[in-house]
Design a binder for this molecule. Structure first.
Ligand SMILES: O=P(O)(O)O[C@H]1[C@H](O)[C@@H](O)[C@H](OP(=O)(O)O)[C@@H](OP(=O)(O)O)[C@H]1O
Length: 327
C-alpha cells in the first residue's frame, strides 16, 4: 500500500471527524445535549458526549475500511462502538455507505428527527485535504498489516466546557506496526490545524517544521496528576512547569516547540492518546520513552491498559537531564 494514499485518507477522515466534533459543539441543538448534566438529559438520553465519540470513531473506521478493502487494517479506539438506545439495549453503531441505515441507527438513540438528520448528514459528507508535503511519501510502501488507534475527542473535559478551552481538543490517529508508531495525524478542530508525520524504514517525513528549541529555560508540561513535590523540584532546578489540558495537546506542544518535554509519572494516558503524536515526534527525531527505562520507547499493541509513566521529547540528552533532575 502506498503511504501517500493511506496518509491522504487518514487526513481526510480526520478532517471529517474534526468537522463532526465542531458540528456537535457549535450547533445549538446538539450542543444543548452535550452539556446537559446527567440528571437533566434531554428525553432521558444517556450521555451525548459518548455518542459523539462513538459516532466519530465508527465513521472513521468505516471510511478507512471502505477505502482499503482487502488490507488488514485493525482500527481500535477509546470507544467500543456501542451506545445505549432509548429502550435500554445497546446499539452497535455500524456505519455503512447507506445514509438511511445511519438515520435508522441514530433514531434508536435520539428522539429528535432533525438532530438525527444533521448528524447523519455529517457522517456521510466526505472531505478532501490538500497538502503538498504528501508528495514526499509517494512510493513508500507500507506493510500489509496496519494497526490504528483513534482518540475521537481528546481533552473531553475541555470539549464539554467550551470557550477558550476548546483549543486543547484534538482528534488523534496513530498507526503502529510491530509495536512501533509509524504514522501520526493530529487534528485541532477548533484552531483548524492538522499536523502529521510518518517514520517508517529510512523515511521520516512530517509537515511540521523542526522547532528551534534554543531557549535556555526549558518548559515542561506535566500531567494533571503530577505531584506538587515533583513540580517544585523541577522549578527549583530552573525548569518552567505548566499543566495545560489534554494529553494530545501536551504532546502537540512538544511537537510544535511550545514545550521541551511532556512528563507523565502515573498511569494516566492510553495508547490512543500517545500513538499518533509519538509517530510525529519520531518523524522529527524525537521519541517517547519510559521514565523507569529511558532506553525503552513506549510500544504499541491492542491493549487498553494505561501506559507506564513516560517523557516525550525532541532532544534526548535534555530528557535524560530532566529525569536525573527528578531523582
Ligand atoms: O479526554 P480524554 O480522551 O479522556 O483523555 C485524557 C487523557 O487520557 C489523560 O491522559 C489526560 O490527562 P493528563 O493530564 O494526565 O495528561 C487528560 O487530560 P486532562 O486531565 O487535562 O483532561 C485527557 O487528555
Amino acid at each position: 500500500m502506498d503511504a501517500k494514499d493511506f496518509v491522504q485518507s487518514i487526513l481526510n477522515l480526520s478532517q471529517q471527524a474534526s468537522n463532526l466534533a465542531c458540528l456537535i459543539r457549535e450547533d445549538p441543538q446538539l450542543n444543548e445535549r452535550l452539556t446537559a448534566s446527567k440528571s437533566d438529559r434531554i428525553n432521558g438520553e444517556a450521555d451525548f458526549k459518548t455518542l459523539a465519540d462513538v459516532l466519530i470513531q465508527c465513521t472513521f473506521s468505516h471510511g478507512l475500511r471502505r477505502k482499503f478493502p482487502g488490507f488488514k487494517i485493525n482500527v481500535r479506539g477509546e470507544e467500543d462502538g456501542s451506545f445505549p438506545a432509548q429502550n435500554g439495549k445497546q446499539v452497535k453503531l455500524e456505519i455503512t455507505d447507506d445514509a438511511q441505515n445511519t438515520r435508522k441507527l441514530l433514531s434508536q438513540v435520539l428522539k429528535d428527527d432533525s438532530v438525527v438528520e444533521k448528524l447523519s448528514g455529517a457522517v456521510h459528507r466526505n472531505m478532501e485535504v490538500h497538502d503538498d508535503f504528501l508528495n514526499k511519501i509517494s512510493g513508500l510502501q507500507l506493510p500489509e498489516e496496519l494497526n490504528v488507534w483513534i482518540d475521537p475527542i481528546d481533552s473531553t473535559k475541555s470539549y464539554i466546557k467550551g470557550g477558550e478551552s476548546l483549543e486543547s481538543v484534538t482528534v488523534l490517529v496513530g498507526v503502529h506496526h510491530a509495536g512501533i508508531p509509524i504514522i501520526g495525524v493530529m487534528t485541532y478542530p477548533f484552531s483548524k490545524q492538522q499536523i502529521w508525520g510518518v517514520c517508517y524504514g529510512n523515511t521520516c517525513v512530517t509537515n511540521v517544521p523542526k522547532p528551534l528549541g534554543n531557549s535556555p529555560i526549558k518548559t515542561v508540561y506535566t500531567s494533571t496528576l503530577e505531584t506538587d513535590e515533583r513540580r517544585d523540584k523541577l522549578r527549583s532546578q530552573g525548569y518552567h512547569v505548566e499543566t495545560p489540558a489534554g494529553a494530545g495537546f501536551k504532546l502537540g506542544g512538544v511537537i510544535l516547540g511550545a514545550a521541551s518535554f511532556y512528563l507523565v509519572s502515573r498511569r494516566s494516558t492510553y495508547q490512543w492518546d500517545t500513538c499518533g503524536p509519538h509517530a510525529i515526534l519520531r518523524a522529527l527525531g524525537g521519541d517517547v520513552v519510559l521514565q523507569s527505562r529511558p532506553d525503552t520507547p513506549l510500544s504499541y499493541n491492542d491493549s487498553v491498559d494505561p501506559n507506564e509513566g513516560f517523557v516525550a521529547f525532541l532532544d534526548k540528552q535534555g530528557a535524560l537531564k530532566l529525569l536525573s533532575a527528578l531523582k
